[in-house]
Design a protein around this ligand. Structure first.
Ligand SMILES: Cc1cc2nc3c(=O)[nH]c(=O)nc-3n(C[C@H](O)[C@H](O)[C@H](O)COP(=O)(O)OP(=O)(O)OC[C@H]3O[C@@H](n4cnc5c(N)ncnc54)[C@H](O)[C@@H]3O)c2cc1C
Length: 381
């Protein structure tokens, strides 16, 4: 009998594929079940911070991402008067590549397939059990040493996890779009910008030679801001300095409300949940997918090195959960400051944000995920 361990994974997004690749690199056989007809990322761009870059390097998917994404030398926050409050926000300990989602997703998928991962599309998972079964909508059950639910916010595997699960509305949200990039967009050459005005924020993020990723965030109570397709005139009124980008918006995005998901437990027996399924968070720090990749890598490392899968899952949750919980909390705080600050106190907010940017101690704290190197021989946690 072969001693090779086997994993069944629900969800072929960034989290599921990173977990699959991490396990396959350690010699596991892995099958991924993706509900969609094909592997496809919904959304536009992503911030890929140091913690995710290290994970991609360790898994051999870095070169493909680095060759298509944009290297950022600066990451600016500008206020309602278009003053630059910070120009290297969170970059003191971190490299930053901004990339098209699909490019990142396919870089991981390509490596996973090369490493022997079996990816089944049109395969909807409806449940799992702690003794190591994953169940498909067709009625088929697959047995494994490890089953993972990485199917995003609507996870069915999460339903089988004991303990409390909270899905909390945050009352703010955002829409993501890709626009065409042209040679006059010099201010975003190797540089990303986020502009604030009242409760609205716009990010202008170069993600490839062809595209800029634009995100528009606001409270859900801001009816014009939350319109899909975007109410371009209303956004131009708030951000006239960004008109050249905003006028290029087309109907390729959608406004969604942000949610925090918090679960009492991430594992039970041979079953675990990972990524948005376990800890969806607001995207304000651009870290949700990055910590998911780190977590996937860490999970594979723990289950592979521990004497049993159950022990490995326990080690993983004990060691890595504090990093995720802190990132989720800080992201939520950032969102509150950005979208729910009283308009009359905007100048005070600008002073505060500028001061935060100067505080190495604070940035160090916010950058908890970046400082955590799960790929090091003895992970720095
Ligand atoms: C506006 C916005 C901006 C963001 N920006 C950033 C950023 O800059 N940087 C960053 O790090 N993160 C960012 N994030 C967060 C990031 O998108 C998510 O954390 C990440 O995509 C989660 O990956 P996942 O694999 O856990 O889930 P998902 O990406 O949701 O993937 C889940 C997969 O499972 C499949 N699936 C669902 N149900 C089933 C089922 N029953 N059976 C089988 N398959 C199923 C889905 O089709 C999908 O392919 C942002 C999020 C939002 C909303």
């Amino acid at each position: 009998m072969s001693g090779q361990k086997h994993a069944e994974i629900a969800g072929g997004g960034i989290g599921g594929l990173t977990a699959a690749l991490s396990l396959a690199r350690r010699g596991w056989s892995v099958r991924v079940h993706e509900r969609a007809k094909e592997l496809r990322e919904i959304g536009a761009g992503l911030f890929v911070w140091e913690n995710a870059l290290r994970t991609l390097e360790a898994l051999g998917a870095y070169d493909e991402v680095a060759s298509t994404g944009e290297w950022n030398k600066s990451w600016q926050i500008r206020d309602h008067r278009n003053r630059v409050l910070q120009s290297d926000w969170l970059m003191k300990d971190s490299r930053l590549i901004t990339a098209e989602r699909q490019a990142l997703h396919m870089a991981i998928a390509n490596q996973a397939m090369r490493a022997g991962v079996e990816i089944c599309t049109n395969a909807e998972v409806v449940g799992a059990s702690s003794d190591g079964y994953l169940e498909l909508a067709t009625g088929t059950k697959h047995k494994a040493d490890l089953v993972l639910g990485v199917e995003g916010v609507t996870s069915r595997v999460r339903d089988q996890m004991p303990g409390q699960k909270n899905i909390e509305r945050l009352y703010d949200g955002g829409a993501r779009y890709l626009i065409r990039r042209n040679e006059n967009d010099l201010e975003v050459l190797n540089s990303s910008i986020e502009c604030w005005n009242g409760g609205r924020r716009v990010g202008v993020i170069p993600v490839s030679k062809e595209h800029i990723y634009l995100y528009l965030c606001c409270p859900i109570a801001d009816k014009k801001g939350a319109e899909t397709p975007p109410n371009i005139d209303s956004w131009v009124k708030s951000f006239p300095q960004l008109e050249t980008y905003l006028r290029r918006l087309t109907d390729n995005g959608k406004f969604v409300e942000f949610r925090d998901i918090r679960c009492e437990k991430w594992h039970h027996g041979r079953m675990a949940i990972l990524g948005d399924a376990a800890h969806a968070m607001s995207p304000n720090l651009g870290q949700a997918a990055c910590v998911t990749m780190q977590s996937a890598y860490m999970l594979a490392r723990c289950v592979d090195e521990a004497p049993s899968v159950h022990q490995g899952l326990r080690d993983w949750e004990t060691k890595f959960r504090p990093v995720v919980d802190a990132t989720q909390r800080l992201s939520r705080f950032y969102g509150r400051v950005g979208t729910r600050w009283p308009v009359v106190l905007q100048d005070a907010r600008s002073l505060m944000i500028a001061a935060m940017g100067r505080s190495a101690k604070l940035q160090h704290r916010i950058n908890v995920a970046v400082r955590t190197d799960v790929t090091a021989l003895a992970p720095v946690l």
